[in-house]
Write a protein that binds this ligand. Structure first.
Ligand code: ATP
Length: 351
């Protein structure tokens, strides 16, 4: 199989299993994000792709060639570490061309390559600077340029944005994605930042507890999370305890909700009714005759300019609605409201 293929990969440290029997397949040129909470095994999986960690079981191949036992320096991999790991005693240009130099490339080839790569990462003309003279964002771009010096087939980045402040992080996410698309290089990024994964990835791998919880395109996972862990980790979700009442309905807080599908559940099953805040509307009018509504009490209103979040207590369960200021009803904390969720936005998940 072409592309990056991970088959039955397991990594144990003594008795502890950090990565548990993972199978994944990605096409060449895709941007993949490993997303999940701290300790779920993302970095360990990335390090096995890099060859920095040996799998206990399983194999990794790229473009039909088995990499599992290939040493790091023969894998055609470029890696950016969380700390950037730049050499402080070398100039920017020497950092970027370091791998070329130790492979015997001439000084002028090294300098040319450093110049080309600095242009690519939008830092032309800084090859003679010291690393200590660079900002955090510039260091990151230099680390990216250095990782690309040998024209690798696979580009790996471990939490590349974590050392940057919030504004710079957003700008770099877009820049990194554009660079990756321009180069068409198969790229794996480890992150625990869902926005980062949603911004950059063709495929997101949501991990939890050493396993893959779900793999797919960002919007597919966002719209159809496989379980409550994924729903909670990728975006904000409303999860109301409910009971399946028919092939097309569930009941929660004494109200019947039509749902998109009850999936593999049966009448009587205890489930969760999942919805996304942007699909929930809050209204001050009585909805007696309408379907898919429940009443509640407003507990908090958070106005953050472009959007307003309204938190509503519905029978002891919190429901969040996100709306734009122009659509915001006349609500205040303590007011009784009705919360509506259209059938197409109601998903049934295991409790
Ligand atoms: P984070 O986001 O915090 O970096 P992660 O999802 O990348 O987390 P890993 O670094 O892959 O998680 O670690 C997975 C588990 O394996 C953790 O419980 C970690 O303590 C353990 N682990 C990682 N490396 C080793 C090691 N060399 N020896 C023993 N345990 C390890």
């Amino acid at each position: 199989m072409t592309g990056l293929v991970i088959s039955g990969i397991t990594k144990k440290f003594g008795n502890f299993t950090a990565v548990n029997n993972i199978d994944l397949h990605f096409n060449k040129g895709e941007m993949i994000c490993f997303l999940g909470p701290s300790g779920c095994g993302k970095t360990t999986l990335l390090r096995m792709i890099a060859g920095l960690e040996e799998p206990t079981n399983g194999s990794i191949s790229f473009d039909d060639s088995d990499l599992t036992r290939v040493p790091v320096h023969e894998r055609s991999i470029g890696m950016v570490f969380q700390s950037f790991a730049l050499f402080p005693h070398l100039s920017v240009g020497e950092n970027i061309s370091y791998a070329l130099k130790i492979r015997g490339y001439s000084r002028s080839d090294c300098e040319d390559r450093a110049r080309v790569l600095l242009d690519k990462v939008h830092l032309p003309g800084i090859e003679d600077r010291r690393i200590s003279q660079l900002s955090g964002g510039q260091r990151q771009r230099v680390a990216i340029a250095r990782a690309l010096a040998l024209d690798p087939k696979i580009f790996l980045l471990d939490e590349p944005m974590s050392a940057l402040d919030a504004n710079l992080r957003e700008a770099m996410q877009i820049e990194l994605r554009q660079l990756q698309q321009e180069l068409g290089i198969t790229t794996v990024v480890v992150t625990h930042d869902q926005t980062e994964a949603m911004t950059m990835a063709d495929q997101i791998v949501v991990m939890g507890n050493a396993r893959v919880l779900q793999t797919g395109a960002p919007t597919d996972i966002y719209k159809n999370p496989a379980n409550k862990e994924v729903a909670s980790f990728l975006g904000t979700s409303n999860l109301l305890p409910a009971k399946v009442t028919s092939d097309t309905t569930v009941e929660t807080a004494g109200h019947s909700f039509g749902v998109a599908s009850i999936g593999g559940f049966s009448k009587g099953d205890e489930v969760l009714l999942m919805s996304r805040p942007e699909d929930v509307t809050v209204s001050v009018d009585e909805q007696e005759t309408a379907d898919n509504w429940v009443s509640g009490t407003v507990t908090f209103i958070r106005d953050i300019g472009a959007i307003i979040e309204i938190l509503v207590d519905c029978g002891g369960h919190e429901v969040i609605s996100v709306i734009t200021p122009k659509d915001c009803p006349d609500v205040s904390v303590g007011k009784t409201v009705s919360v509506q969720i259209p059938k197409s936005a109601c998903h049934v998940l295991a409790n």
